[in-house]
Design a protein around this ligand. Structure first.
Ligand SMILES: [Zn+2]
Length: 372
């Protein structure tokens, strides 16, 4: 294992920021895999999973069982990890700009088209190499003077030519679930089964370019643009994996999740070993546009009547909002049938707060599909 650091732009004199990556295996001997933890810096289950994976990869490396290259980022967001506000961690938004750390990655497709026009052929592999090279040179040429944009560039530069990218997050209170591009589902299905995810949210474009989409979406967009004459592969399987809720930081969960990722890497041939038979799927994928947020119209004390993981019907009561002054009770009903996969963690909520999300089967929403 080799530990490498990338300096990031610093915010002020006397401060220094850097990104640490653990490298296992050898580039060019198989697939390139990037696994990063806690891009939303206060989402910590992934940080513990990374520790379990680190030990696992060290063992595989000692035994010569890595065919390819694995890069593990145990702390993907040093900026957010250093932020706190009135003794509470604040790792989801950059306090300087107000931006979400997992949105607004560079949209590369248009620039890429201009870069690779006239350089593609009928050879899929060759096209993949040309596009990856172009992506790296575009990113390397970007001027990033502030910490946030230099972090985004460093992460994307590391992952843009990877075959597999796993971005480890969590929700507030949740069951295991994942987000990824619709065209990638067949390749990701074994991972979903190994992890035992209870919801899979698919979109070809979720809006606001989160990290996983910045890595993967260019491939299907370029394939559509260039058509059959210049075949473009889906060269990057990228997924955002939500490792339950923010308080679900236990060795039991982390060991389970690391084992599932290890099994998936064996399944893809990155690690040598006996492939385990895939457990049955715990859910069918549903469109991200079918994931329905349940908003409270009033402020009050939030009392849930449904647990995460529960399969609810349309019209089922999910929670009550109790007005502490008038004693009035407002019942919040699920607008669709589906899995209640994530809930709010606070128990006093203001009017307009999204208190839960239900994964429904029908695509009912348009526009920006991710929560803030
Ligand atoms: Zn997150």
């Amino acid at each position: 294992m080799e530990m490498r650091t990338t300096p990031l732009a610093s915010a002020a004199h006397g401060t220094k920021l850097e990104l640490t990556a653990l490298h296992f295996g050898k580039p060019g001997t198989g697939e390139k895999v990037v696994i990063q933890a806690s891009l939303h810096a206060d989402e910590l289950p992934g940080m513990l999973v990374a520790q379990h994976l680190r030990r696992c990869f060290e063992e595989h490396e000692r035994a010569g069982r890595i065919h390819g290259e694995i890069i593990l980022l145990p702390v993907a967001n040093p900026i957010g990890l250093a932020q706190s506000l009135l003794s509470s961690e604040a790792g989801r938004f950059d306090l300087d700009s107000g931006e979400n750390f997992n949105r607004n990655y560079p949209e590369l497709t248009r620039t890429l088209i201009a870069h690779v026009e006239g350089r593609l052929s009928a050879d899929t592999k060759q096209n993949r190499t040309v596009i990856r090279g172009a992506m790296k040179s575009i990113l390397a040429g970007m001027v990033c003077v502030d910490p946030l944009s230099s972090l985004r560039r460093a992460l994307l530069l590391q992952a843009c030519d990877a075959d597999l990218v796993l971005d480890l997050h969590c929700d507030y209170e949740a069951v295991l679930h994942m987000y990824l591009g619709t065209p990638l589902w067949p390749a990701a299905e074994p991972l979903a089964r190994l992890l035992g995810v209870e919801a899979v949210l698919l979109a070809t474009e979720s809006g606001e370019n989160p990290f996983d989409e910045a890595c993967s979406k260019v491939w299907w967009e370029l394939a559509v643009h260039f058509g059959d004459e210049f075949p473009i592969p889906l060269a990057c399987l990228a997924a955002t994996i939500e490792l339950r809720g923010s308080r679900d930081v236990t060795h039991a969960f982390a060991a389970h999740d690391a084992k599932a990722i290890e099994s998936f890497l064996i399944h893809r041939g990155v690690l040598a070993g006996d492939a385990v038979s895939l457990p049955p799927a715990r859910c069918a994928p549903t469109p991200l546009a079918g994931s329905m947020p349940i908003e409270t119209p009033r402020s009050g004390v939030l009392v849930f009547s449904a647990e995460v993981g529960e399969k609810v019907r349309r019209g089922d009561c999910i929670a009550e909002i109790v007005d502490p002054v008038s004693s009035e009770v407002t019942r919040l009903l699920s607008p669709v049938a589906g899995v209640l996969y994530a809930r709010e963690v606070r128990r006093y909520v203001r009017a307009g707060t999204r208190v839960a999300k239900v994964a429904g089967a029908e695509a009912l929403r348009t526009g920006r599909l991710l929560s803030a």
